[in-house]
Design a protein around this ligand. Structure first.
Ligand code: C2E
Ligand code: CA
Ligand code: CA
Length: 515
């Protein structure tokens, strides 16, 4: 804008100088050759032509013409300034996100491009921030609330990013932060921690409280040979790694992560079709009554049958299903397939399905579960739900409501992976579970590790005192089994009794063991 104005001013001066010089030369010639005398003489000679009137008219017209030119000039200038301002506004809009006012993707791309040129002498850091489960907030509370939440998040991030940082909104729930000129590693880490801390405190909007976690992926760029896309996909890979941990916070890019990110993207693309075609199928792992050795039910574990005959394990696709919002479809598909098979099982056998935290916001969860069970003619009392500890950290109120709803329908609820979360006892006190499943990490070294022994023993007596049954996962040897039976645990699960299998295993070992 400034450049255009300067150019226009220069042109106007130039025009003025040319016109003034031309007039001065003309006047000088008139004076030099007494031109006016000739004009008067000529006018007198041709009195009939009324040249004196014409000349008078011309003299009167010239100030009017000057005034007219000045007014037109002023209007043109105003018009021009208006146009330049509009162009400037349009340029600003094209480089900023209208909702948050932050620089948009194109804007930060250009800035990263510039930073890359000198990355060897002035390394920089790029952080990608992805809000977890934002889609659920959108679906559950509407676009208006979701937009206000984004604006509030943007404001907190901008404060935390501090000076020398550019923060940008890349897509609906994804932000990027470009950090330049940070003096030390310590300063960088503290800045990243400030960004992560933005999500610790809940957001108060429309009279409600929103807890909102985020995963942050960070790459530190020192090579000018990298492209903008390379830098972004490195940060993206680190972000996905952080998301897979499910703990929030930040993680730095390491070599090899990009392949993992590509693999996840490929799995995400194939997932909807695999669910639709029932290629993800329920496998059943026996749950054994430790007192009498009888199978009392099965845990349902998902297995994805690939076209080449291989089987893909849940650790590879459950978190992708959560991220892509396909986890609800997967749960209903697993439940439908299981219910169709359970109707042919002996009627005293139960089955347990795993529930993902991403399903907490599904308003129809319990209703649809009951509907699928009814269609298959399976009593709700035969079903159990397993909820992992990490799931509870995010939204304990919602977890409480879901557990209550399931229990009202006589569906039992177990706290899964007990001991791996960070507020286990609080969950036991605040939520009304029927069962507690001690995580298998305490079992695999049970014989050699006195701490694990002490934990399993005291957790079991605590659970019993609260009226909960105790299931022990990962029992893979007779020694383990003996120990947990000795501690008074109620139910056992593990390779000793049978692996997860497509057909319902009549675990012969369990029956022998009972004898
Ligand atoms: P989980 O709920 O803790 O399930 C038990 C896992 O322990 C299963 O792994 C099972 O194969 C494994 N396991 C069983 N016995 C033993 C043993 O003796 N030793 C050892 N080392 N491992 C044993 P899997 O099937 O790979 O599932 C992993 C996790 O994926 C599950 O952990 C569960 O959290 C999740 N998952 C599986 N299926 C589903 C599903 O349909 N929906 C959801 N939301 N999550 C699922
Ligand atoms: Ca489980
Ligand atoms: Ca478990």
């Amino acid at each position: 804008m400034q450049q255009t104005v300067t150019r226009l001013k220069k042109n106007a001066w130039l025009d003025g100088v040319v016109i003034f010089s031309f007039a001065a030369v003309l006047l000088a010639l008139f004076v030099q050759y007494d031109a006016f005398e000739y004009v008067v003489e000529f006018s007198d000679r041709h009195e009939a032509w009324e040249l004196d009137e014409i000349l008078t008219l011309l003299m009167v017209m010239s100030p009017a013409a000057a005034l007219f030119a000045w007014r037109r000039g002023r209007e043109t200038r105003e018009e021009l300034f208006g146009r330049i301002k509009a162009e400037q506004e349009a340029q600003k809009l094209s480089l900023h996100d209208p909702l948050t006012g932050l620089p948009n993707r194109q804007n930060i791309t250009e800035q990263i491009q510039r930073a890359l040129i000198t990355a060897d002498t002035a390394p920089f850091t790029l952080a990608l921030i992805d809000m977890d489960r934002f889609r659920d907030i959108n679906d559950l509370h509407g676009r208006g609330v979701a937009d206000r939440l984004l604006a509030a998040v943007a404001e907190r991030l901008a404060d935390a990013a501090g000076s020398g940082a550019t923060i940008s909104r890349l897509s609906s729930n994804e932000f990027a932060v470009l950090l330049l000129d940070l003096p030390s590693e310590k300063a960088l880490l503290s800045r990243l921690q400030s960004l992560a801390d933005c999500f610790l405190k809940p957001f108060e909007l429309a009279g409600k409280t929103f807890s909102c976690a985020a995963s942050i992926g960070v790459t530190h760029v020192t090579q000018p040979r990298l492209s903008v896309d390379d830098a972004l996909s490195q940060a993206d890979a680190a972000m996905h790694r952080m998301k897979a941990c499910g703990l929030g916070g930040f993680s730095f890019f390491e070599t090899g992560m990009e392949e993992a990110a590509l693999r996840r993207a490929r799995i995400g693309m194939e997932l909807a079709e695999a669910i639709g075609q029932d290629r993800i199928q329920p496998y059943y792992q026996p749950l054994v009554d430790l007192i009498n050795g009888r199978i009392i039910g099965y845990e349902v574990l998902a297995r994805w049958h690939l076209e080449d005959g291989c089987v893909r394990l849940p650790d590879d696709f459950i978190s992708v299903a959560e991220d892509t919002g396909l986890i609800n479809e997967l749960y209903y598909s697993m439940l439908r397939q299981t219910a169709q098979e359970v109707r042919h099982w002996p009627s005293d056998l139960t089955f347990a399905l795993n529930l993902s935290p991403a399903q907490f916001d599904d308003e129809w969860l319990v209703h649809k579960t009951l509907q699928i069970l009814a269609e298959a003619g399976v009593a709700p009392g035969r079903m159990e739900i397993e909820i992992t500890e990490s799931a509870l950290a995010n939204d304990i109120d919602r977890a409480r409501a879901i557990i209550r709803e399931f229990k009202r329908q006589r569906i039992q609820v177990a706290l899964d992976d007990f001991g791996t979360g960070y507020s286990s006892l609080r969950h036991l006190r605040e939520l009304d579970f029927d069962k507690l499943k001690i995580d298998r990490s305490f079992i695999h070294d049970l014989n050699a590790n006195p701490t694990s022994q002490m934990i399993v023993r005291s957790v079991t007596s605590l659970a019993h005192s609260l009226g909960l049954q105790v299931t022990v996962e990962g029992i893979d040897s007779l020694l383990n089994a003996d120990k947990v039976i000795g501690y008074g645990c109620d139910i056992g699960q593990g390779f000793l009794y049978g692996p997860p299998s497509r057909e319902r295993l009549e675990a012969s070992f369990a029956l022998e063991y009972a004898a």
